[in-house]
Design a protein around this ligand. Sequence first.
Ligand code: PMP
Length: 366
Amino acid sequence: MKYTLLTPGPTPIPPSVLAKLAEPILHHRTSEFGAYFMEVVERLQRIYLTKNAVLVISSSGTGGMESAVANLVGPGDKTLVASAGAFGDRWGKLLKAYGHSPRMLQVEWGRAVDPDEFEKVLKAEAKGLACVFLTHTDTSTGIVNDLQALSRLVRRHSDALVVVDAVSGLGGEEIRTDAWDLDAVVSASQKGLMNAPGLAFVSVSDKAWSKAERAAGPRFYFDWRSMRDSLPKKETPYTPAVALVVAQAEALRLMEEEGLERIWARTAQLSEFTREKIQGLGFALFAKNPCRVLTAAVVPPSIDGKALVKRLREEYSVSIAGGQLHLMGKIVRLAHMGYIRRPDLERGFEALGDLLQKLSPAASPS
Ligand code: PMP
């Protein structure tokens, strides 16, 4: 049976990207690899909409997030996290792991950060604030934050850096790194960027670089300065995930061929399709401020959400995600980012409809 991956990361990848992963491995200190590496850096600049260099790190997205904490936050620095879900909370956990005590603005799961509430907290915390940590699309709840508005408020009230987790947002959801004045934006290979898991990316503004130069915290593998120093040589400081870099160049080539604005529009259409379909199956939408890269929906009370996800995978070869933490078993999450296209979603819904029919033949819609 054809395997259909509809999880919000990893996501399926195009055949030509898969083929690149199967090519013989290049040595990483060669002009051949250097050409691929620089292609990735330059194409990423056009996806991030930034003139700044984008760092390529061999780690998952969380490594990119950790690198931002390690390079931008020093001992005693005051930080604020605006969290609307599990990935916002991850910023808080990371900061604590590095010995910091972030102020946490916690938003009810399912809602985006309210700019008015954010402004109140910002005003109270503005004095000496060094860094504000935001999430673009929180994959645990399916919301999108208004990064442009939040970033503008940070600028209005403080001198803090704006650091963004766009791990699931970049590619499918509108984000304009330079126009929205975002100092560091973290993403990863396995979602909207149509590659296998294993690479993290971070754009770094001039303002963030000047902080990274003087930040006093310990860092080694994730030291952005060594990555930047290797860039003119078209290299990374340590052995990179060579195959993933080569494949990423191809995936970004495909994205540029389609065009960023067109990808955003297509993703929005897929999200509308998904919202309509899932509601048609009796699920309520979970996110009050839904993003366009994934849909979170509440499982009807008569159905065991955990079993639903498991049976869908085992009996229909359709992989969707369940809820995280307190939402486990209560919501399902379907992605429509990256290489996921309408026929994949149609197949997923066909399977889901069939399974629901089996679970409660009387209750499910015909
Ligand atoms: N942030 C967000 C918004 C994510 O969706 C994810 C991955 N689910 C991460 C961070 C963490 O990325 P990774 O699993 O690649 O470390």
